[in-house]
Write a new protein. Structure first.
Length: 118
């Protein structure tokens, strides 16, 4: 999921906090492929990461900036980490056409990968 940014530039992993905030490209989700169960799982692998990660979804087939909304994971709109390492999976349901990942407020460590299974 974290291979290019929203401008189409390649992202080199691990993604270091020193690179600043980043938003991934639009990733086709369940509805894009015609699936109706809406089940998605994201896997986040971190290395001593301090910062926040969020996911956004859209129902639009050609989304503009105003078409995106935060996807709630574990009852919150963004996940906060403090020197976290390892891999954690999160599941969410929604018939999104596209999803994207946002990394922000990062102050240490790196994001090694964010993977999406739909």
């Amino acid at each position: 999921m974290l291979t290019t940014d929203s401008s189409g530039n390649s992202i080199t992993l691990p993604y270091s906090y020193s690179n600043g905030n980043i938003t991934s490209s639009n990733i086709p989700a369940d509805s894009y492929y015609g699936f109706s169960d809406g089940l998605h799982t994201v896997s986040v692998t971190l290395n001593a990461f301090t910062g926040s990660i969020a996911f956004e979804g859209t129902l639009a087939t050609t989304p503009t900036a105003n078409d995106w909304f935060r996807i709630s994971l574990n009852g919150v709109n963004s996940l906060s980490f403090t020197t976290s390492s390892g891999t954690t999976a999160y599941t969410f349901t929604g018939n999104y056409v596209y999803v994207k990942a946002l990394i922000f407020n990062a102050t240490a460590g790196s994001v090694n990968s964010i993977l999406l299974n739909r």
